[in-house]
Structure formats: structure tokens, C-alpha cells
Design a protein around this ligand. Structure first.
Ligand code: SAH
Length: 258
């Protein structure tokens, strides 16, 4: 399945090994070396045969173990040495996962690189919450955004563009910047009562979620979360759209009475 000398960027999904694709599992079995991130769940790593070399290159905020250039060089060198390389990333490799640097490094070295998608955190979080990220007529847009910043910098996001009452926002790496996210969106006109869900360790047995509203997001992000990866979801869809649905219904009924 993997040709020696080739690199596959493989999505490990949100953590639950049953959410790994069958293709990803096959690639992990066919690899000779796997470079994996800190967010890859232990249940997924346990599926990798013991004769495959497993190399952690994980990054978690504030605890960078290898910088991106080092990781690029490691995977390229392994491929050039004739290994069948899997670069295993949490969630989907094409979403906030620095895939483009690795793809470019491979191509620049003449190494063939391919991608196996994975289930991204937003999909896993919606599944844990038991709700839909889009709602017909009410949440027509789904935006994936990262609020990650370098230490000491502020979040440079276009709040006017993001403060859309008909959108659902999935904020990756947003816990530290939750205050800025809430202030930015409210400042740009989004209602302080907009429903918010915080989902930690989505898909995993120790996962949990907390439902709140936009003006209380900063407090919730400080107090309701542990140290697992967490996603912030913002928008009417997180309230099941109930507030708006009843407003729409009230209008309809008012029309009937007249
Ligand atoms: N490529 C990944 C995202 C990597 S960025 C994906 O597609 O999911 C890392 C961020 O993803 C974390 O800070 C967190 O916001 C989110 N994340 C990853 N796994 C998660 C999980 N199991 N539960 C909740 N959020 C998660």
C-alpha cells in the first residue's frame, strides 16, 4: 500500500480508535516508520504493529518537542532512506496541522507525498453533543478558525466577518484566547446570548462538554476545562436553534391569528 520512499500524511481522527478510517489502519500496518503527534490517541497507537518504528514528534502548546523544520527533515530523510513513512496527525491532516510545510518539504526533495483524511475535532465534538453543526435556514455557514497565537500576541481575526448570527464557528486551539474571541465577536455585534459549547477530549471516554453562552465563554474556558484538547463551538446550532426556532414559530402563529 505504501511504496518505499513515499510519505503518507494520515489522519488519526479525534482519538477513538474506532473513528480511524480503514485506509489509515492499513497504512499504519504497511509503514516501516510512523512519526506521530502528541494529539494522537493511545488507542490508535496500539493498532500499530510492534515491528513498526514509532517516533513521537508531538507538539502541544508550550511544550514543543520538535520544531516544524526538524519534523519536515525527519520525514524527508526517512523517505529518502527508502522507508515507508506515515506521518500520523490528530484529526484531519489538512486542518490546522501544518500539512502544507510537510507537503512542500517532500516535493522539494522529490519525495512523493499523499494524504489519508481523518475525522476532524469539530465533527467528533458535534457527535458527542448529539447535534448538527448546520441548521436549515438558521446556521447556513460553518467556519473552522484557529485562535492560536504566539505568546504575547493578540488574535488577529476578522471579527466583523466572523460575527455572523447564521454561522457556526468551530474554534480550534482557542482555550487560551477565549476572552479575546468572546470580546471580538460581541464587539462586532454577535449577541452575548449566542449559545456556546466547549468540548474536551471529544470521542474519548474521559471526554466532556460544557454548554454556555458567548458572554460567559471566558469564565467557562478558565473553569470548566481540564488539560485535554478542547474545541469551542459558537452559534445558534449549539442551542439546537431552539431560541430562534421558537421566535420563528411565534411569528408564524402571530400570522395565523391575524
Ligand atoms: N488536525 C486536527 C486539529 C489540530 S489543532 C483536527 O482536524 O482535528 C489542535 C486543536 O484541535 C486542539 O487545540 C483542539 O482545539 C482541537 N482538538 C483536537 N482533538 C480534539 C479532541 N479530541 N477534542 C476536542 N478538541 C480537539
Amino acid at each position: 500500500m505504501i511504496v518505499p520512499g513515499e510519505v503518507w500524511l494520515v489522519g488519526a481522527g479525534p482519538g477513538d480508535p474506532y473513528l480511524l478510517t480503514r485506509k489509515a489502519e492499513r497504512l499504519l500496518q504497511a509503514a516501516t516508520v510512523v512519526f506521530y503527534d502528541a494529539l494522537v490517541g493511545p488507542g490508535v497507537l496500539a493498532l500499530i504493529p510492534t515491528d513498526v518504528r514509532l517516533i513521537p514528534v508531538g507538539k502541544r502548546s508550550g511544550r514543543h518537542s520538535k520544531d516544524q523544520k526538524t519534523i519536515d527533515a525527519l520525514i524527508v530523510d526517512a523517505a529518502l532512506a527508502g522507508e515507508s513513512v506515515v506521518r500520523l496527525k490528530g484529526g484531519d491532516p489538512a486542518i490546522f496541522a501544518r500539512a502544507s510545510e510537510e507537503i512542500e518539504a517532500c516535493r522539494a526533495a522529490g519525495v512523493r507525498v499523499r494524504i489519508c483524511p481523518g475525522i476532524t475535532a469539530a465533527s467528533a465534538a458535534a457527535a458527542d453533543l448529539g447535534l448538527s453543526l448546520t441548521l436549515r435556514g438558521l446556521a447556513r455557514r460553518l467556519t473552522f478558525v484557529t485562535a492560536h497565537t504566539k505568546k504575547g500576541q493578540t488574535v488577529a481575526l476578522d471579527w466583523e466577518a466572523l460575527a455572523d448570527p447564521q454561522a457556526t464557528l468551530a474554534v480550534y486551539m482557542g482555550q487560551a484566547a477565549a476572552g479575546e474571541v468572546a470580546a471580538g465577536l460581541i464587539g462586532a455585534g454577535l449577541s452575548p446570548a449566542t449559545p456556546v459549547a466547549l468540548v474536551e477530549n471529544a470521542s474519548l471516554p474521559d471526554g466532556g462538554h460544557f454548554l454556555t453562552r458567548l458572554d460567559l465563554l471566558p469564565l467557562a474556558a478558565r473553569t470548566a476545562l481540564g488539560d485535554g484538547p478542547a474545541l469551542i463551538l459558537i452559534g445558534e446550532a449549539l442551542g439546537g436553534g431552539r431560541a430562534n426556532v421558537s421566535a420563528v414559530e411565534a411569528e408564524l402563529h402571530a400570522g395565523e391569528v391575524e
